[in-house]
Design a protein around this ligand. Structure first.
Ligand SMILES: O=c1ccn([C@H]2C[C@H](O)[C@@H](COP(=O)(O)OP(=O)(O)OP(=O)(O)O)O2)c(=O)[nH]1
Length: 144
């Protein structure tokens, strides 16, 4: 699949061949560093603008290293970039640690996964089919 991209960050994009892993790193594209105080959240621009085909979404996901080592994650994970969105991809970072976290220009702050999604025709009905689970959910089977 080919996807049009405007790359204002001048970051090197991974080639098709090297994309063995799912995600492409997203880097901060900022003129000044951004500080996130504990429990603070900010939208960090990436300098990337996408034109996704219909039926495709881009998911903004956290980097596990940042989460495990710094307590910084993507607040709305996975963030959804819609096919018809033409603005700059932003990363909603939140600092869940007890220390300030500083984002510098060019730092890898998240990753982007390109995913297909289904389009559904909603069929309104009065009843749904019966199953063993029925309405049980949210931990109804316990933990052991
Ligand atoms: O992590 C994210 C999430 C969203 N977006 C952009 C692309 C997406 O297409 C648009 C809208 O996102 P979403 O549908 O999640 O937000 P909303 O709160 O429903 O806003 P809207 O009313 O603009 O649809 O914002 C990002 O750049 N990064």
């Amino acid at each position: 699949m080919q996807i049009k991209i405007i790359n204002k960050s001048n970051q090197a994009l991974p080639s098709y061949e090297t994309l063995a892993s799912a995600g492409m790193d997203l880097r901060a594209h900022i003129s000044e560093s951004i500080t996130l105080k504990p429990m603070e959240r900010k939208i960090v621009p990436t300098g990337l603008f996408l034109e996704l085909p219909v039926g495709i979404e881009a998911q903004v996901r956290p980097r596990s290293g940042l989460a495990a080592k710094k307590g910084v994650t993507v607040l709305n994970a996975p963030g959804t970039v819609d096919a018809d969105y033409r603005g700059e991809v932003g990363v909603i970072l939140v600092n869940l640690s007890t220390e300030d976290f500083v984002v510098e220009n060019g730092e890898r702050i998240a990753q982007l996964v390109i995913a297909k999604h289904e389009r559904a025709q909603w069929l309104e009905v009065d009843t749904l089919s019966e199953t063993d689970r029925g309405t049980g959910g949210f931990g109804s089977t316990g933990v052991k």
